[in-house]
Design a protein around this ligand. Sequence first.
Ligand SMILES: Nc1ncnc2c1ncn2[C@@H]1O[C@H](COP(=O)(O)OP(=O)(O)OP(=O)(O)O)[C@@H](O)[C@H]1O
Length: 260
Amino acid sequence: MIQVQHLTKTYEDLRRGRFRAVDHVSFTVRPGEIFGLLGPNGAGKTTVLRILSTVLRPTSGIATIDGYDVAHEPAEVRRRIGFVSNNTAIYDRMTAWEMVEYFGRLHGMASDALTERLEKLFDQLRMNEFRDVPGGKMSTGMRQKVSIARALVHDPPVLIFDEATLGLDVLVARNLLGVIRELRDAGKCLIFSTHIMSEVERLCDRIAIMHQGRILDSGTLDELTQRHQETDFEELFFSLLSSHEDATHTIDAQGMEVAQ
Ligand SMILES: Nc1ncnc2c1ncn2[C@@H]1O[C@H](COP(=O)(O)OP(=O)(O)OP(=O)(O)O)[C@@H](O)[C@H]1O
């Protein structure tokens, strides 16, 4: 459903010059699967997810969603994805219902089908008690649910979550992870980025560990722990990151160009 091959994104930066924020990244995500992108700040996770959601164009490489190329068929891709981040804008004067309805209309949904879909979503996400609350008066948890409903309104097969639990309290974050699991069990294809190790351990079917634009390793939790002979996932994560840094520094010391 999501196929990414040698995806690369180069930025021009005053301080760093030209550098690769995403460097030959490849992975596949299937329906009914949660794929976790785990990495520290600046690893390149958001850049990958923005390319998948057609907001950014890749410098090279290919990414397809349901067979449609994100760079060349963005409208087809947008029909098939929902995007949830931690800072989705919520209109202060629109109620929860109006906001989700508005996004359904933007996706071209007909009135009857849209009302039916809204009823189902508001039940599923337990949003009925704040149906008529305007955005300006919503709690963080309510706002996050509206963002999710907004991403789900057109019933896309692919969902992209970019650091979606950032800034949420434990209870709201836990609810969100529960919703993500339900979506997986309903056959959706989900990609989830975070820097929180326990989230990927608990939630993701497969994990890619990303650092400095590259995927250092990927697989199920069992595959990763067996391959690296380390049962403590946190230890595994830090040792992968530091051996990558040691390797790039060694190359640096030999005078070769590294992060181009
Ligand atoms: N528009 C831009 N111009 C230049 N550099 C950028 C731009 N956007 C991101 N970067 C840089 O690209 C690298 C990857 O950033 P990205 O936001 O994709 O990482 P991330 O893994 O999502 O990290 P974070 O959790 O901090 O958002 C970082 O070094 C960042 O500073």
